[in-house]
Design a protein around this ligand. Structure first.
Ligand code: PLP
Length: 386
């Protein structure tokens, strides 16, 4: 029995987005949440808050315990951020939107290495800014030359997803240091979303702002407990502001820009950061088995070239370009009854790929892989998709 065998009640009852979007015949490995019962210290803290009817407006950030817990937790990653430089937002995307609008050069374009979290592709235009997609080299590395060209042409910031959802890679300190140098040269900013950082399989990870003083001064770090501890519905994320001027700007923003975190989310966040690691370690051991199961099952069936072993996240990024260049996920949903994330949503560089979430019960994953393998191998023998 693994932690991913213990299915949460809401999953079994078909509640939540993941298991209520498609019909009963479809296995949803698209939506990015885990099918796992809640982390006990998080659940206990939330249960206590519910019993105390903590349904009012949240306590002020500084009295919530979240900044201190965030500061302690980030120090474990080598990122020193005092509690008084942590700010709470309802979700990572709001934090990013607010950072783009208020902490980057007015009107400047935003460089987005792709493929990337699909909402990045939406959030930049919503802030009224131009988005400049820069594909990762070989699907893994930052294209520093292209990024520099965009900065030289007037772009004001780089929006990093680190580790990368959906490609499941972690940027090494060397390339991040090179990025920091050129961003500094052009007076830009780096907004770095590090919500997937706790979900790694031994791969080294350096928070962008922990690289050196240069990076620290131009970085805006967004993170949260909601991915790793699986409570995105509770609505809380945090900004780690390593530039003191950003703290001042942030504190001058209108309430509506940054408000909306929920008391339950704040309580859950502090509990996860302070007490959630043992649970996460157990889940990671199971996810480690699952990532191997994905690549080995595909390789055993002659499909080894479509998947690399993920370094981080609970996502596998399947290269299905040889099968269908445009909408492989849609085709797999129709023909295999497995819903995956459509690669093109993650930026133009993602077309022909599909994102598979392997944080589900072992039997669900096995069945989904079996269905995918059957469709892909059959199509290979008949010479066409579907
Ligand atoms: C990189 C990244 N950032 C943010 C989010 C969503 O976080 P939030 O709900 O806090 O906006 C996700 C969700 O999958 C994600 O992958």
């Amino acid at each position: 029995m693994t932690s991913l065998d213990a299915q949460p009640v809401w999953r079994v009852n078909g509640m939540g987005k993941r298991w209520s979007t498609h019909g009963p015949g479809v296995l949803d490995l698209g939506v990015a949440e885990m099918d796992v019962s809640a982390c006990p210290p998080v659940f206990d803290a939330v249960r206590r808050a519910v019993s105390a009817e903590a349904f009012g407006y949240p306590v002020p950030d500084a009295r919530s315990g979240v900044p201190e817990a965030t500061s302690r937790w980030l120090s474990g990653f080598g990122l020193a951020v005092p509690a008084d430089a942590v700010r709470i937002v309802p979700d990572a995307l709001r934090g990013i939107a607010v950072a783009i609008r208020n902490l980057t050069r007015p009107g400047s374009a935003v460089i987005v290495p792709t493929p990337t979290y699909q909402r990045f592709i939406e959030v930049v235009p919503l802030t009224g800014r131009e988005i400049i997609e820069v594909p990762l080299v070989g699907g893994r590395d930052l294209d520093l030359d292209a990024i520099e060209r965009a900065l030289a042409a007037g772009a004001g910031s780089v929006l990093l997803c680190h580790p990368v959802n959906p490609a499941a890679v972690v940027f090494g300190a060397d390339q991040l240091t090179a990025l920091a140098e050129l961003v500094d040269r052009w007076g830009g900013r780096v907004i770095t979303d590090e919500v997937h950082a706790p979900i790694r399989y031994g791969h080294p990870f350096t928070p962008y702002a922990a690289l050196n003083d240069t990076a620290r001064a131009h970085a805006v770090t967004v993170t949260s407990a909601t991915k790793a501890w699986n409570f995105p519905g509770l609505r809380t994320a945090v900004m780690a502001l390593t530039n003191p001027v950003d703290v001042e700007v942030w504190d001058g923003l209108r309430h509506l820009e940054t408000s909306g975190a929920s008391p339950l989310g704040m309580i859950a966040t502090a509990a996860a950061f302070d007490h959630g690691q043992p649970w996460l370690d157990a889940v990671l051991a199971d996810l480690d088995d699952h990532r191997h199961q994905v690549v080995e099952t595909l390789a055993d069936n002659g499909l080894g070239e479509i998947a690399q072993l993920p370094d981080a996240t609970y996502l596998a990024w399947l290269d299905l370009r040889a099968w269908d260049e445009n909408r492989p996920a849609e085709l797999l949903r129709e023909t295999a009854g497995v819903a995956l994330g459509e690669g093109a949503l993650y930026g133009a560089a993602g077309a022909g790929f599909a994102r598979l979430n392997f944080a589900t019960a072992p039997d669900v994953l096995a069945e989904a892989l079996d269905r995918i393998v059957r469709v892909l191998t059959k199509s290979r023998s008949t010479g066409g998709p579907g």
